[in-house]
Design a protein around this ligand. Structure first.
Ligand SMILES: *Cc1c(COP(=O)(O)O)cnc(C)c1O
Length: 374
């Protein structure tokens, strides 16, 4: 009875809790900024919201919350299957594609094997992997470098999972499809490759060479789990809905890790209706890249670097005379929330591309801070 402090599984000892982009409420509370003056450019959400059709459909269904959702998720799976020309048995739905990353990792990784990822990539890959007690391997380069991946893969016989984030969050770079396929040709069938396409809608709009076709990739490579989400281009981050596309065998295995009713009735509805309003999505993506080019011009004018981005954010890399933590903190005091990449060992910030007016405000505040007048 004495000394009865609970001990948890050792894998949790060195596991960091995921730190999300600061919510607007926190900036109101801690920095005393008026809510209407706050712009959140920290979580790569769609600044234009979501389709009006989705909003209307959700309002209409709001009285159905007493009912559990259709656990087979029949309609959404059918819609996704026809969108990607696969069978609905090739599809799994998750509470965000995050949940499917977790399923994939838990299906393969354990304390006797290893998981490989780029040095600077989506933080949740490492967190889910660590939950299993596996060993994490990272490439030396921040951005995806396939020859480094291959080198590490060949030197380690026990790599169970490889992550490819295309485009990569938080840096924005994206590899070409042909290079990905050449890489996959050299990977063993028993190694799960998670191809995270959270931002694929943006990448393929900007450059057709980046497009990963889910049907094509899973028919050539049965060891690939392709992931998509409604949280980014579709503007439904708050609804928590993502999907995985893979071979039937893989989907069957992942389904064993799923809790019943793992997304809500309203999330299902939102995703189904969102797929019907492709015009909304395409308009948002076009505007995103129009705004991105204004951003790029601005950064060049101030004379520092950015990473060429294939998605809805841009990563600004500072020289030694500027410090990303200080810059983020000063922006926060003005009510502008961005992501500091200091924790990745980079002197950089990631800025989500906002609406035209949000971006103007960012640029004007940033210019003052950058020239030490802010
Ligand atoms: C946003 C994001 C996801 C998934 O987000 P969900 O909201 O859980 O669908 C997955 N991967 C990357 C790289 C992301 O940036």
């Amino acid at each position: 009875m004495e000394n009865n402090k609970m001990k948890f599984n050792a894998v949790l000892d060195n596991l960091k809790i995921y730190e999300a982009g600061k919510p607007i409420e926190l900036v109101v509370r801690e920095y005393g900024v008026d809510e209407k003056d706050i712009i959140k450019l920290a979580s790569n959400e769609n600044p234009r919201g979501c389709s009006k059709k989705v909003q209307d459909a959700i309002c209409k269904d709001v009285s159905k919350m007493n009912l559990y959702p259709d656990d087979s998720m029949y309609e959404l799976k059918e819609k996704l299957a026809s969108r990607f020309d696969v069978k609905s048995t090739n599809v799994i739905i998750g509470a965000g594609s995050d949940q499917i990353i977790s399923f994939g990792v838990h299906a393969k990784a354990n304390k006797n094997n290893k998981v490989l990822m780029a040095k600077t990539t989506f933080a949740m890959y490492e967190i889910y992997a660590r939950q299993t007690g596996t060993t994490i391997l990272k490439t030396p380069s921040h951005q995806h470098n396939l020859s480094e991946f291959l080198d590490i893969y060949k030197k380690n016989k026990d790599i169970a999972v490889i992550f490819l984030c295309l485009p990569n969050n938080p840096l924005g770079e994206c590899l070409d499809k042909d290079d990905i396929y050449d890489f996959l040709d050299q990977i063993d069938n028993d190694t799960l490759v998670i191809v995270d396409g959270a931002y694929q809608e943006y990448a393929k709009y900007k450059d057709a060479k980046k497009e990963i076709n889910p049907k094509d990739i899973i028919s050539k490579y049965p060891n690939v789990l392709y992931l998509g989400t409604f949280s980014k281009a579709y503007g439904l981050g708050g609804m928590r809905c993502g999907y995985g596309i893979a071979s039937e065998d893989m989907i069957k295995a992942l389904m064993k890790l799923r809790a019943p009713f793992n997304i809500t009735t309203l999330s299902l509805k939102a995703a189904i209706v969102a797929l019907r309003d492709e015009k909304f999505v395409q308009d948002c993506i076009r505007e995103n890249f129009e705004q991105m080019s204004i951003f790029e011009k601005f950064v060049k004018e101030l004379g520092f670097d950015y990473i060429d981005s294939f998605t809805n954010f841009i990563t600004l890399e500072f020289k030694n005379d500027q410090n990303s933590s200080e810059i983020s903190e000063k922006l926060l005091k003005k009510g502008i929330i961005v992501r500091n990449l200091g924790a990745y060992g980079m002197n950089a910030i990631r800025v989500t591309i906002g609406t035209a007016s949000q971006n103007l405000r960012f640029m004007s505040e940033f210019r003052k801070i950058y020239s030490n007048k802010g």
